[in-house]
Structure formats: C-alpha cells, structure tokens
Ligand binder design. Structure first.
Ligand code: AMP
Ligand code: MG
Length: 366
C-alpha cells in the first residue's frame, strides 16, 4: 500500500501547475499572462498578472521593480542604506530624519510590537545579528556565549523605546537596532498591491518565499495556494485566497543552523535573546500583508498557552501552527478555510478557539 504521505506527494505533483518559491505553491495556474521574478530581502519574489495586456503588465512590473529595489536598499538591516544610517544614529543617541514610507512602517511595527506583547519586536536587530543571521548565508561557527546573550538581554531593546514624530525618529535606548525582516516582506507586498491597483491591474498573485498576497482572482476561480508540511516538504492543505488576502508562513525550516543536534531558528525570542524553540511553522491569513507577516513571526515565539491570546490581540483570526512533535493546530476560521489536497491532511488538526473580548495592549504615546 502506498503510504499516506507518498500518495499526498504524488497527488501534489499532478495538481501543481506552477511551483513557486517559499512555503506555498500556487495550485491553480494555467498559462500565466505575464510573470516576473524579482530578488528582494534575500528571497525571490514572483509576480503574476492575469487578464491584462502584456504591455500594461510589463509597465506595472517596471514600477514594481523600481520600488522593490528601493525597499531592498532602504530597509536593509546590514547593508548601507536608510535603515543602517538610522541604526547608527540611534546607537549614538541621535535623532534621524527618515522617508515618510519608513516612518509609517516603523509606526505600524511599533503598534504590532505592543499588540504582540513584544514577541514581535523589530528592535531586536542586535540579537538577530549576534546569532549570525545578518548575512545572506546560514551562520557558521559557535552560537553566542551565555555572557553575550545576557548582555543582549540586559540591553532590553524595544519598539517602545522609539519616538517617531512625523519623520523624525530617535531611541531612548542605544541597544535598539532595527531589523524589519519579520514584516518587511508583508509590507512590500501591501505596497506592491497598491502599485498594481494604481496600474489598473485587478487580478494578480505575488509570492515571496513564505508570503503570498493576491489581487482579485484567477478569472473564474480564486487564487489557490498550498501550505507546505515542513516535515516532509509535502502539503498540509490548500487555501483559496479571497481578493486582497495575504498568507504568510514563518518557521524554523528556511533560515536556521544546526549545532550539537539543536536547530537554531532565525526567529529570536526577545524574552530570552535566544532562538525560539518548539514550533516548526506558523501560517497566518488576513487581509493585510504586514500584519500577517508580523503575526506569523510573533506566533512562532508565543508559547502553547499564549498564542491564541496574542493572535486575538494582533487582530488575526486565521492561524495554523505546527509544532516540533508534528501536531497541527488551527483556529476555527483557518480550519474552515483549509482544503484537503489529495490524500487528506497529513495529521489530525486540533481546533483551538481564540479568546473573545481581549484587551488590546496599546503602545504608550511616542
Ligand atoms: P519571518 O521569516 O517573517 O518570521 O521573519 C524572521 C526575521 O525577522 C528574522 O530573520 C529576523 O531578521 C527578524 N526577527 C527575528 N526574531 C524577531 C522577533 N522576535 N521580532 C521581530 N523580528 C524578528
Ligand atoms: Mg514574519
């Protein structure tokens, strides 16, 4: 008898019209009208438009390409650019003038950090760097010593250390080093969606290593994407995305290093200054890219007890969470949206309700 997983993989091979990078695959994909691949934030980002003349699509892609290049440069955490200059200024206790786009992104990041109780906190760039993840290749060498970790923790960098007045940014804490990696991709897809809409494109899919966002649909059908099973690179299930929705997956399976039998994730728990443990992947579906992306990262860090509350506080209700032991958890909304791909689901899915009436932790003024 063919094993369930083998059958699932075989089914996938037939079903997958187009395989794209990252944690998802676009399943419904007859001949694409126009598609183009960009390299942004260390990952390939594929944009596919549907139902518009090729010249119009290509013009829109040119605009996107220019914006992606600019975001890549301006938001880069470890290469010369606007963010690096801001980080240097903050480390020196100085205020810094940023572009309106970056100021807005930082406001959004600050708000989401408070809602996540600091589990998503882009101020932890120093911790990410210490664990070796400020590089295009996986870390080599030893993890930081306990003394270094203790020092990072004592620095207590937080987004609430930032004051953002218009486009002037400063930090009251020199340990703050911004790294926008946990939500920049989602934010970039939100901006790309706006660019495509402005160019008169109504139907498109954008796919960037673990993040997908759609405009409209694929003609008579929705854009349908599959969530990978990180254990075997099979598929957990598929989701038919509604116009404007974004699905982001975070986890320890794409960027990590193994040392002494332990897998160190690139997602850092700000409470310990060490990589998060216990979670293989979290997928979040919402109608905002930056929010889905930030929440997917936060819910990797959040423990088993806390994640439903953190999800509710961040304002996301469709979540899928896979833990180290292969257990799959889903909120009722995600469970209802999850479609079995041939062969069914790889493991039973435990439905977890989100608490109602949570008090949203808001940031102090600043
Ligand atoms: P993602 O793949 O969206 O989960 O983003 C992970 C990236 O976000 C890492 O490579 C770091 O650059 C950054 N990061 C790591 N841990 C955190 C955290 N707790 N909060 C915010 N950003 C983080
Ligand atoms: Mg993220």
């Amino acid at each position: 008898m063919i094993g369930r997983r083998a059958a699932l993989r075989a089914g996938l091979a037939l079903a997958a019209g187009l395989v794209l990078a990252g944690g998802v695959r676009v399943l419904t994909a007859p001949a694409p009208d126009v598609s183009e691949t960009f390299y942004v934030f260390g990952t390939l980002l594929e944009v596919e438009t549907h139902g518009v003349p090729a010249a119009q699509a290509r013009d829109a892609m040119a605009v996107l390409g220019a914006h992606f290049r600019q975001m890549h440069r301006d938001w880069h955490a470890w290469a010369p650019g606007e963010l690096e200059s801001l980080n240097a200024a903050m480390a020196a206790g100085q205020s810094f003038e940023v572009a309106p786009g970056l100021a807005k992104l930082l406001q959004q990041g600050r708000d989401l950090a408070c809602r996540s109780e600091g589990l998503f906190d882009p101020a932890v760039g120093g911790m990410v760097e210490a664990w070796g993840f400020h590089a295009d290749t996986p870390p080599e060498g030893d993890p930081p010593s306990d003394a270094v970790v203790a020092k990072l923790l004592a620095g207590a960098p937080k987004m609430t250390d930032l004051t953002i007045e218009g486009t002037t940014v400063r930090s009251s804490n020199p340990a703050v080093q911004l790294d926008l990696g946990a939500y920049a991709k989602g934010a970039a897809l939100d901006l790309a969606e706006a660019d495509l809409t402005a160019a008169g494109i109504r139907d498109a899919v954008l796919n960037a290593g673990g993040g997908v966002q759609v405009l409209g649909d694929h003609g008579s059908r929705p854009w349908r994407v599959a969530i990978r099973d990180p254990f075997e690179w099979g598929v957990v299930g598929a989701v038919s995305l509604r116009p404007g929705e974004a699905l982001h997956t975070s986890g320890n399976y794409e960027r990590y290093f193994d040392k002494g039998g332990i897998r160190f994730s690139h997602i850092i728990d700000p409470r310990t200054a060490r990589p998060m443990r216990g979670v293989v992947s979290v997928s979040v579906l919402s109608d905002n890219g930056a929010l889905s992306d930030a929440a997917a990262t936060a819910l990797c860090v959040a423990g088993e007890e806390d994640w439903p509350r953190i999800a509710a506080q961040m304002g996301v209700s469709a979540v899928l969470r896979i833990t180290d032991d292969g257990s799959i958890f889903a909120t009722p909304e995600m469970r209802a949206r999850l479609e079995a791909v041939e062969g069914g689901f790889p493991a039973p899915i435990t439905v977890v309700d989100l608490p109602k009436d949570v008090a949203i932790p808001l940031c102090p003024e600043g």
